[in-house]
Design a protein around this ligand. Structure first.
Ligand SMILES: C/C=C/C(=O)SCCNC(=O)CCNC(=O)[C@H](O)C(C)(C)COP(=O)(O)OP(=O)(O)OC[C@H]1O[C@@H](n2cnc3c(N)ncnc32)[C@H](O)[C@@H]1OP(=O)(O)O
Length: 284
C-alpha cells in the first residue's frame, strides 16, 4: 500500500519510557557536550559527581525520550532508505528531570503531497507518570522521496522564520566527530542510514549521514548557552527544518538573531550550506 492520506488522525498506543542519570549523560556527550573543554565546561550535563555541581538535562533530550510510537506504522508502506527527518519542534512545559518515567501519546496530524515526495507530520505529548504533569510536546515531520503524487493536499508552502538581513547577535561553531553518529545511535535510533554505507548508498548519500536530531542537539546547546545563560529551565521551544544532510566530522555554525522578548531566529550551517533552516527558539 502506498501512502494513505486517510491516516491523518491515527493515534499510536500510549507508550511509557523511563530514563536515568546515565541516559542523560550519554545524550549530552552524544551531542558534543564537554567537547570544548571537558575539564571545565558543561559538567552539569556530563557528570553526576562533580563537587558543587548538580546534574541537569539538556532540553533537546526531549527528542529521544518522547518520540511517539506506533503512529507512523499507519501511513502505508515505503522504502525506509528514502525517508529522512524533515522538521522537528519541541515545547518544554517544565525542566526535564535527571531520571523519571513518562507516558507519550502520538498522532499523525498531517500527510502532504509534495509531488517529488510525501511529508508526514506527527505530534506527541508526554507527561510524567508519577505526577501526571505535562513534560513536553514534540512535532516532527519526515520527508519520503518518491512517495508523492498520491493526489493529496500540498500542505504549508514556502519559507518560515526567515532571519533578518543583518549580522547575527550570536554565532557559535561546534565540531562534530567522525564517529559522532556511532555515539548518537546509542540513544536508541539505530537506523543503518547513519552507520551502514550499503544502506546510505540507496538514499544516494556519499556516506552514512549524521542523525538530524544529533545536529539538532548540537544546535540546542548553542541556543541554550547563548540565549538562556546555560539554564535549561529557561529553554521553552525550538523548531527548525533539516534543509541539507550533515556528515559526521562536519563543523556546525549556529547563527542567532534576537527578534523579540524571549524569541530568536536561528540557522545552522556547514560552511556556506544551511543544514537547519527556519529555526525559532523561545526562552524565558
Ligand atoms: C530516518 C532518518 C533520520 C535522519 O536523521 S535523516 C538526517 C536529517 N535529515 C536530513 O538530512 C534531510 C535534509 N533535507 C534534505 O535533504 C532536503 O530538504 C529534502 C531532500 C528533504 C527535500 O529537498 P528537495 O527535494 O530539494 O525539496 P524542495 O524542492 O526544496 O521542496 C519540495 C517541497 O518539500 C518541502 N520540503 C523541503 N524540505 C523539507 C523538509 N526538510 N521537511 C519538510 N518539508 C520539506 C518544501 O517546502 C517544498 O514544498 P512547497 O513547495 O509546498 O513549499
Amino acid at each position: 500500500m502506498p501512502i494513505n492520506p486517510d491516516a491523518v488522525g491515527s493515534k499510536g498506543e500510549p507508550g511509557r519510557r523511563s530514563w536515568n542519570s546515565k541516559d542523560a549523560l550519554l545524550y549530552a556527550v552524544s551531542v558534543g557536550a564537554g567537547s570544548l573543554d571537558p575539564v571545565t565546561q558543561e559538567l552539569e550535563f556530563t557528570t553526576e559527581n562533580t563537587k558543587g555541581v548538580q546534574q541537569r538535562v539538556l532540553p533537546t533530550m526531549a527528542v529521544v525520550l518522547g518520540a511517539g510510537r506506533g503512529a507512523m506504522g499507519k501511513v502505508g508502506t515505503f522504502n525506509p532508505a528514502m525517508l529522512v527527518h524533515g522538521e522537528q519542534a519541541i515545547t518544554l512545559h517544565r525542566e526535564i528531570p535527571v531520571e523519571g518515567e513518562l507516558e507519550a501519546e502520538s498522532e499523525i496530524v498531517g500527510i502532504y503531497d509534495k509531488g517529488k515526495g510525501a511529508v508526514i507530520v506527527t505530534e506527541s505529548h508526554s507527561k510524567l507518570v508519577d505526577t501526571d504533569e505535562p513534560l513536553f510536546s514534540t512535532r516532527s515531520s519526515v520527508f519520503i522521496s518518491g512517495e508523492g503524487g498520491f493526489g493529496g493536499d500540498r500542505g504549508p508552502s514556502g519559507p518560515t522564520n526567515v532571519p533578518p538581513e543583518r549580522a547575527p547577535d550570536h554565532e557559535v561553531t561546534y565540531s562534530t566527530r567522525p564517529d559522532q553518529a556511532l555515539t548518537y545511535r546509542l540513544n536508541g535510533d539505530r537506523n543503518p542510514l547513519h552507520s551502514d554505507k550499503q544502506f546510505s548508498d540507496i538514499g544516494g548519500f556519499p556516506k552514512p549521514i549524521l542523525h538530524g536530531l544529533c545536529t539538532y542537539g548540537f544546535t540546542g546547546r548553542a541556543l541554550l548557552h547563548s540565549l538562556c545563560d546555560g539554564d535549561p529551565a529557561r529553554f521553552r521551544h525550538m523548531e527548525g527544518r533539516f534543509a541539507s544532510p550533515v556528515l559526521p566530522g562536519d563543523d556546525l555554525t549556529v547563527r542567532m538573531w534576537r527578534t523579540g522578548d524571549g524569541e530568536a531566529l536561528f540557522t545552522t550551517s556547514v560552511g556556506d550550506k544551511t543544514v537547519i533552516s527556519g529555526g525559532l527558539c523561545r526562552f524565558d
